[in-house]
Design a protein around this ligand. Structure first.
Ligand code: 3SL
Length: 246
């Protein structure tokens, strides 16, 4: 297995679906989309359906029974008008999400998912399910794995690189190879912050943005919690993530 990391969707090479393309893609949005997805599926959501485009989300969600759907999302960190939930991983508790389909759109995370949706194996990872995703990859042994960060509006984000390094660390110790410099740098970042990931999240520019928007202490703590969940959010049809437990 060879693992590469791309900081943002726009860096992903145009090779998906060709012999040079990936066998698996792993999307990362630590603050907060892929953390929320992991917790929502862990807490019993039927599926998370991700949309880059809000009009498309509204259209598709209306075709779903009202009592089993929830609209979840944000722009710029703020909950969207008319939506049921923002993008906080501590809000997707069992009482709220169990049995529901979550129609989700976020500033960056769902765009990254859209970029790789044609890859035959697509998963999402965050710090709470890092080891679960590593186990699944080690079991499936895709030859070429592309991790994709969500960043912020096309720019690098520290916390996504941290999680890429955390996942790579678990893979490399089981024999995976590093395929690009971005992945090497992410590993170095993980080595620096692994004893205090929450400090890294709070230092990151998006962490600071969330702090400016209000108290997000519970979100920081949740997003920084390492290896707590066994759920592997896996794309089972285009844009739809379901829970696979390892
Ligand atoms: O950018 C995203 O997709 C979101 O995760 C950002 S936020 O943390 O919800 O503001």
């Amino acid at each position: 297995m060879q693992v590469s990391y791309f900081h943002v969707a726009a860096d992903v090479p145009d090779a998906i679906g060709t012999p040079d393309g990936p066998d698996a893609a792993v999307v990362i949005d630590v603050l907060r989309a892929t953390t929320t997805i992991a917790w929502a599926l862990h807490n019993g959501a039927e599926a998370v359906q991700a949309f880059a485009d809000l009009d498309e989300l509204r259209l598709q969600s209306q075709q779903w029974p009202e009592n089993t759907r929830l609209l979840l999302g944000e722009r710029g960190g703020r909950m969207l008008e008319g939506f049921d939930l923002g993008n906080s991983p501590v809000a997707v508790i069992p009482d709220v999400v169990k049995g529901k389909r979550l129609f989700m759109s976020t500033t960056n995370g769902t765009r990254a998912l859209q970029r790789v949706r044609e890859v035959s194996m697509v998963m999402t990872v965050a710090l709470p399910n890092r080891q679960a995703v590593a186990k699944q990859l080690l079991r499936d042994q895709p030859e070429r794995v592309w991790m994709v960060g969500s960043g912020w509006e096309g720019t690098y984000s520290l916390e996504d690189s941290l999680a890429a390094g955390a996942l790579a660390d678990a893979l490399v110790t089981s024999g995976a190879g590093i395929a690009n410099d971005e992945m090497q740098a992410a590993l170095a970042l993980w080595a620096q912050w692994k004893h205090d990931p929450e400090a890294c999240l709070r230092t990151a520019s998006h962490g600071q943005r969330l702090t400016r928007l209000g108290n997000h202490d519970a979100d920081f703590s949740c997003c920084a919690g390492l290896d707590q969940l066994s759920v592997v959010p896996t794309q089972t049809e285009p844009g739809v993530l379901r829970s696979i437990s390892v």
